[in-house]
Design a protein around this ligand. Structure first.
Ligand SMILES: Cc1cc2nc3c(=O)[nH]c(=O)nc-3n(C[C@H](O)[C@H](O)[C@H](O)COP(=O)(O)OP(=O)(O)OC[C@H]3O[C@@H](n4cnc5c(N)ncnc54)[C@H](O)[C@@H]3O)c2cc1C
Ligand SMILES: NC(=O)c1ccc[n+]([C@@H]2O[C@H](COP(=O)([O-])OP(=O)(O)OC[C@H]3O[C@@H](n4cnc5c(N)ncnc54)[C@H](OP(=O)(O)O)[C@@H]3O)[C@@H](O)[C@H]2O)c1
Length: 426
């Protein structure tokens, strides 16, 4: 690269990577984005295949064929680029989200910055630069690049978290993780056990209940909507050849077990010199200031680790905050102060008994985090109306799953919105 501008590498072109590319130019920063797929959108590019792709790279997307968003489009659009859906719904199908991200990329001229089918295999700190090893999947050649900064935007729903359940290796039926689930014909006339009652568990139990002979859902902490035609079970005690025994000693014959037990944060390309490690369950990343700046090497950031949030606006603000630090428009506190912040944050999570797999769930603290981030980075916060819509959506999701996608939202001004419940079926 032959410019005098600072250079940033962006790994991945889903919501977070696209937010990154969009803002670089405004800060006078050059960027190159590496994306292993041949199009933008990340998770929102549906693939029928599971396992590995033609190049031996693990399939990243966890989308299934019928997915609609579970958050309204107002919380999925980027600033200055409204999400206009073709269908009359605030909860678009995955194809609409993919289309929106494509149009966003074209509108802001992001595509020339992207090296498609380029797989980042190693990021290393070398002198005062970042060295990237990248495989060009088209011709199999390895390329080396050097950058001043790095935005890690590789997503967090590509590596399944599979719990170790006694007896699972002797089960004669089929076991899979929802990462590999695509369509509900696999449930037809079967007895299905869904494990985990997060969003995937609830959605797949619903999908199964439409066609299966019987659907059970096993969860270890009871919360969330109950579904007609789905029988609730406690945690699994043991799996036998054709049966599952639960902790209340009840037993059920099942043909398929789908683990909807979440995902792991995974950065196989980070060399030790990056100063980043992830706990053994893949749930918490060490050494991040405000959950996105690498304390050891602050020219590296992680965009989009949070779940249960207003993703588009949050990722956009994190990107802008990083670019302000990177271009020295604002400064970070000392390393000791950042580590002190991290300690206090970890203490707060422990005090509130937040399990590790909810470390990055932002919902309860969403307003505080946005306020803190925008104050720190001297950025304009998002309008309060978005938090209000977010809250109503979260409430409906837990209380009445069937109602969720019948809601329609209309933003009236920065503080007010109108919500109407459509009379259609789910
Ligand atoms: C089934 C499902 C439905 C969801 N629905 C919603 C929803 O309705 N609302 C919501 O707010 N959130 C939802 N989410 C959460 C979702 O994670 C976010 O919506 C968002 O897509 C995350 O964007 P991202 O850019 O961080 O990651 P991703 O979209 O996963 O993008 C990461 C990109 O990085 C690329 N990549 C990874 N490794 C490399 C590498 N080594 N080299 C080069 N490229 C690489 C991948 O190919 C991918 O394109 C859903 C998640 C799932 C699993
Ligand atoms: N648009 C959509 O419709 C849609 C569909 C699917 C997913 N998503 C999104 O995808 C992301 C991931 O959702 P997810 O549901 O796959 O993961 P998740 O939110 O991490 O939920 C995982 C669930 O598995 C349970 N679990 C974990 N280990 C377990 C064990 N050993 N035994 C029993 N249960 C166990 C957890 O229970 P605890 O609660 O007890 O920890 C939790 O309920 C979220 O952002 C979600 O919004 C969206």
């Amino acid at each position: 690269m032959s410019t005098n501008k600072p250079q940033v590498a962006i790994i991945g072109c889903g919501y977070s990577g696209l937010a990154g590319i969009r803002r670089c130019r405004e800060f006078g920063v050059d960027c190159v984005a590496f994306e292993l797929a041949n199009e933008v959108g990340g998770l929102w590019v549906y693939k029928e295949e599971i396992g590995e792709d033609e190049y031996g790279v693990p399939i990243q997307t966890s989308l299934y064929q019928s997915v609609r968003t579970n958050s309204p489009k107002q919380t999925l659009e980027f600033p200055d680029f409204p999400f206009i859906t073709k269908e009359d719904t605030c909860y678009p199908r995955h194809t609409e989200v993919g289309r929106y991200l494509n149009e966003f990329s074209q509108h802001f001229g992001l595509l020339p910055k992207i090296k498609f089918q380029h797989y980042v295999t190693c990021i290393k700190r070398v002198a005062d630069q970042w060295e990237l090893l990248v495989t060009n999947l088209r011709d199999g050649t390895n390329e080396t690049y050097y950058f001043d900064g790095v935005m890690i935007c590789n997503g967090h729903t590509a590596k399944p978290h599979m719990p170790n359940v006694k007896g699972s290796n002797r089960f004669k039926g089929r076991i899979l993780h929802c990462h590999d689930y695509r369509r509900n014909d696999i449930f037809k006339n079967k007895k299905v056990l869904i494990v985990g009652k997060g969003p995937s568990g609830i959605e797949l139990a619903y999908e199964s209940s439409l066609v299966a002979m019987a659907t059970y859902i096993s969860c270890r902490s009871e919360d969330g909507s109950s579904l007609p035609k789905v029988i609730s079970k406690p945690k699994i005690k043991e799996i036998k050849e054709c049966q599952v025994i639960f902790t209340d000693e009840s037993q059920e014959f099942v043909d398929i077990i789908v683990f909807c037990t979440g995902y792991q944060y995974y950065f196989p390309f980070l060399d030790d010199s990056c100063g980043i490690s992830v706990d053994e369950d893949g749930q918490v990343i060490n050494s991040l200031y405000k959950h996105f700046i690498n304390i050891e090497q602050p020219t590296m950031c992680f965009i989009g680790l949070f779940q249960r949030t207003i993703i588009s606006f949050l990722f956009d603000l994190q990107v802008q905050a990083f670019l302000k630090i990177f271009t020295k428009k604002i400064s970070l506190p000392s390393k000791a102060e950042m580590l002190e912040w991290l300690k206090n944050e970890n203490d707060r999570q422990k005090r509130n008994n937040i399990p590790k797999n909810r470390y990055y769930h932002l919902s309860a603290n969403i307003v505080e985090y946005f306020e803190d981030l925008t104050t720190f980075a001297r950025l304009k916060n998002i309008p309060p109306v978005l938090f209000k819509i977010f809250r109503q959506n979260e409430r409906t999701y837990t209380e009445n799953f069937y109602e969720l996608r019948r809601w329609n939202f209309e933003i009236l001004d920065d503080y007010n919105y109108k919500a109407t419940l459509k009379q259609t079926e789910y």
